[in-house]
Design a protein around this ligand. Structure first.
Ligand SMILES: NC(=O)c1ccc[n+]([C@@H]2O[C@H](COP(=O)([O-])OP(=O)(O)OC[C@H]3O[C@@H](n4cnc5c(N)ncnc54)[C@H](OP(=O)(O)O)[C@@H]3O)[C@@H](O)[C@H]2O)c1
Length: 361
C-alpha cells in the first residue's frame, strides 16, 4: 500500500512511500480501503498548523525512515475490507477523516447504526469531531452520487454554518457589514450563502485577490468585492465584523487600521495565505479571536443533541451544495501520483477557485 507523505518542517516537499502490508488485525479492529477524498487549501492549513493543533497525530506515517514526515488528513469515503468487529461488517462504508493512503486500520467504538468513533489510543485526545465517522449505507435517502460534493464541501460548509450561527448568536457583534477575507474560498462562499439567505444578517463584503475578483463578483453573493490592494474602498464609517480565511497579517493589519473603532470583531478562521510572513502592523488583537469549528460543533452537539444538530445543519448543507453546483467544477484526479501532480499548485494557491479536486484511489 502507498502513502502520500509531506515533510513536517517544509510541507511543500512530499513523497509517495510504499509501505509493507499491515499486520493481522487485532480483535475488534477493522481495515478500510480509502476510495476517494477531496483536497483544498483546508488540507494545506492542516499541515501549516500540524504541530500547533495536533494534525500530524491523527495518521502517523509508515515505511522506512518516517521521522520528520507526516500525513495531512483528508475528508473522504472508505469501505470496510476486513473486519474483526462484531458490529462493523465488511462492505460497510464510512465518511470521515482519513489519511491520503490506500488503507487505514481503525478501532470502532461507540458504534450506532449511524456512526462509529475511531477509538485508537493515539486519537483519544484529539478533537472528537474528527474521530466520528458516518456509516453511510444506513443513512436514510443516502445517494452515492453526492459523495464527491459531500466530502469536498461538508467540512468547509459546516464551518460556514458554525460561523453564521456564532455571528447571529452574538448579534453580529453590532456590525452592519461582514467582511469576508479570502472570499473566493469555499468556506468563505458557504458563509456568504448563509448571510445571503438570512434576512436579518448584515450584507457580506468580499476581499479577494485580483485574479479571483471576477469569479467572486459573478457569484452575486457579496454586496461589494474589493481586492487586497484596495482595502480603503471598504466603508469604514459603519460597524464591521471581519471573518478571515486568509491569515494574512499584513492585510488584516491594514484592514483593522482602516476600520479603527468600527472594527468590532475579527474571527480568525483560516490560513490560506500561509506563506505571508509579515508582522501585521495595525492589528487589533484585543478584538480578534480564533474560531475553531470543531469546538463550536462540540458545543452545539451538547446544546442541541446529535439529532438536533444533524437536523439544523443538514438542510443548510443540502442547499449550499445545490447552489455550489452552479459554479463548482469537480475535477477527478487519479491516485496519489495525481495528487503529487497538483499538490504544488494547491500549496501555492494557483488553483482556480471554481475547481473541486477529487482524488480517486
Ligand atoms: N477554523 C476552522 O475550524 C476551519 C474550518 C474549515 C476551514 N478553515 C480554513 O478556511 C480556509 C479556506 O479553506 P477552503 O478549503 O475553503 O479553501 P479553498 O476553497 O481551497 O480556497 C482557495 C482560495 O484560497 C486562497 N488561497 C489559497 N492558497 C493560497 C496561497 N498559497 N496564496 C494566496 N491565496 C491562497 C485563494 O483565495 P483569495 O484569492 O480569495 O484569497 C483561493 O482562491 C483554510 O485556511 C481552512 O483551513 C478553517
Amino acid at each position: 500500500m502507498a502513502e502520500f507523505q509531506v515533510r513536517k518542517d517544509d510541507f511543500t516537499k512530499y513523497r509517495i512511500v510504499e509501505v509493507a502490508s499491515a499486520p493481522e488485525l487485532t480483535d475488534g479492529a477493522i481495515r478500510v480501503k480509502i476510495e476517494r477524498f477531496a483536497f483544498t487549501a483546508n488540507n494545506i492549513t492542516y499541515a501549516v498548523t500540524g504541530d500547533r493543533l495536533g494534525y500530524w497525530q491523527f495518521f502517523p506515517p509508515g515505511g522506512e525512515d518516517p521521522d520528520g514526515w507526516g500525513m495531512v488528513p483528508v475528508w473522504g469515503f472508505a469501505e470496510v475490507v476486513e473486519s474483526k468487529s462484531d458490529e462493523v461488517p465488511v462492505g460497510d462504508r464510512l465518511f470521515g477523516y482519513f489519511p491520503p493512503s490506500d488503507d487505514l486500520d481503525m478501532t470502532p467504538t461507540r458504534v450506532t447504526d449511524q456512526r462509529i468513533i475511531d477509538g485508537a489510543a493515539h486519537r483519544a485526545k484529539l478533537p472528537p469531531a474528527y474521530n466520528s465517522y458516518s456509516r453511510v449505507n444506513a443513512e436514510p435517502g443516502y445517494d452515492r452520487a453526492m459523495d464527491n460534493l459531500r466530502m469536498l464541501l461538508w467540512p468547509l460548509h459546516i464551518t460556514s454554518f458554525c460561523l453564521w450561527d456564532a455571528l447571529q448568536e452574538n448579534h453580529w457583534h453590532g456590525a452592519r457589514q461582514v467582511v469576508v477575507v479570502s472570499a473566493s474560498s469555499k468556506t468563505g462562499i458557504g458563509l456568504a450563502y448563509a448571510l445571503d439567505d438570512d434576512p436579518k444578517a448584515p450584507p457580506a463584503i468580499a476581499i479577494t485577490s485580483r485574479r479571483n475578483l471576477d469569479f467572486v463578483e459573478k457569484l452575486g453573493l457579496y454586496q461589494r468585492s474589493v481586492t487586497y490592494e484596495a482595502l480603503s474602498d471598504i466603508d469604514a464609517t459603519i460597524p464591521t465584523v471581519i471573518v478571515d480565511m486568509s491569515g494574512n497579517r499584513e492585510v488584516l493589519g491594514r484592514l483593522h487600521a482602516h476600520l479603527g473603532d468600527n472594527m468590532k470583531r475579527c474571527l480568525n478562521v483560516g490560513l490560506t495565505h500561509w506563506d505571508d510572513v509579515n508582522a501585521g502592523n495595525g492589528l487589533i488583537a484585543e478584538r480578534s479571536e480564533i474560531f475553531f469549528a470543531p469546538s463550536h460543533i462540540q458545543q452545539r452537539l451538547k446544546d442541541w443533541g446529535p439529532d438536533g444538530f444533524a437536523r439544523k445543519t443538514s438542510s443548510f448543507m443540502l442547499q449550499t451544495a445545490a447552489k455550489s453546483q452552479r459554479w463548482l467544477k469537480l475535477r477527478s484526479i487519479e491516485g496519489l501520483e495525481g495528487l503529487a501532480d497538483v499538490y504544488d499548485d494547491v500549496c501555492a494557491g494557483c488553483m482556480a477557485p471554481d475547481q473541486g479536486l477529487i482524488i480517486e484511489l
